[in-house]
Design a protein around this ligand. Structure first.
Ligand SMILES: NC(=O)c1ccc[n+]([C@@H]2O[C@H](COP(=O)([O-])OP(=O)(O)OC[C@H]3O[C@@H](n4cnc5c(N)ncnc54)[C@H](OP(=O)(O)O)[C@@H]3O)[C@@H](O)[C@H]2O)c1
Length: 261
């Protein structure tokens, strides 16, 4: 049992709740009796998830169908939310894979909007209520590739470094105010992420599940400002401490080089 509700509050807003890690957060928090606001673009998928969770866990769930790349998305979500948010999970995001010059630039700049701009906009919108209540939690999805330079995922890797440093820095600002902030750094995790990122490379380590990632996150929420799920992923995130950057970039270039490049 995580005892999330008693410590952080009764309502969580999860972005990207229609699949993968976001859906797993919804399941875990509903099981804890936390009411949910689920945000993503696919309304019918969110409604199906909400109906299922309401039936099994007797929690209140609001669905907000919203494209978070839209410039005013944070404002729209804030206005539509019918209850105060105690736990904000900035999870929605996507990646891209390949030579930077070959990737569609609109998709890259949209990724920065979704993975970075929207994270700070939503956090800025929902933080004042947490500060007023002197409790709450903010979770930002980073990645193992956000802890080191990752050729062929250059933009994505940079957005995830942004998520990590934003969450860790904010955790320092809010530490004494009852609000916990956590950067979550999953490695390769089974979800729709690979297909949306056109990422077809087989990695040398086995995939984790969204449930593994969420368990690691919620178990340590309030105690750790950064959490990496899985022992191999934990070791991977330590590499920048021991391997000179130039060498690490060269190693990662070989590991991540696309087939035939
Ligand atoms: N899977 C991995 O290997 C892995 C590793 C490290 C970090 N992560 C991070 O974990 C987070 C969740 O990824 P996942 O693995 O669960 O991927 P996923 O299964 O593809 O889920 C992505 C979620 O984001 C939502 N989303 C995408 N674009 C959106 C937009 N424009 N507006 C609103 N919502 C949008 C999707 O919903 P709709 O399509 O319905 O909008 C979906 O619910 C991401 O931030 C990712 O960077 C994943």
């Amino acid at each position: 049992m995580y005892k999330i509700k008693q410590r952080f509050g009764s309502t969580a807003l999860i972005t990207g709740a229609s699949s993968g890690i976001g859906k797993a957060y919804a399941e875990a928090l509903a099981a804890e009796g936390v009411n949910l606001i689920l945000v993503a673009r696919r309304e019918s998928v969110l409604n199906d998830i909400a109906d299922d969770l309401k039936a099994r866990h007797r929690v209140n769930i609001q669905v907000i169908a919203q494209d978070l790349i839209a410039h005013d998305a944070a404002e729209i979500v804030y206005e539509k939310a019918t209850s105060d948010v105690d736990i904000l999970i900035n999870n929605a995001g996507y990646g891209s894979y390949g030579r930077f010059e070959d990737i569609d630039i609109q998709s890259e700049t949209d990724m920065v909007d979704l993975n970075c701009r929207q994270v700070i906009s939503l956090t800025h919108r929902f933080l004042p209520n947490m500060k007023q209540n002197k409790r709450g939690a903010i979770i930002c999805l980073s990645s193992v590739v956000g802890t080191m330079p990752t050729p062929y995922m250059s933009t994505y890797s940079a957005t995830k470094a942004f998520n990590r440093y934003f969450a860790e820095s904010l955790s320092g600002e809010l530490r004494t105010q009852g609000i916990s902030v956590q950067a979550v750094c999953p490695g390769d995790t089974h979800s729709d992420f690979r297909s949306s990122a056109s990422f077809d490379k087989k990695m040398p380590i086995s995939q984790r599940t969204p449930e593994d990632v969420v368990r690691s996150s919620l178990r340590t929420l309030g105690r750790r400002s950064t959490v990496t799920d899985g022992i191999i992923n934990k070791i991977a995130t330590k590499q920048p401490r021991f391997i000179p950057t130039r060498l690490l970039i060269a190693i990662n270039e070989k590991i991540w080089r696309p087939k035939g490049a």
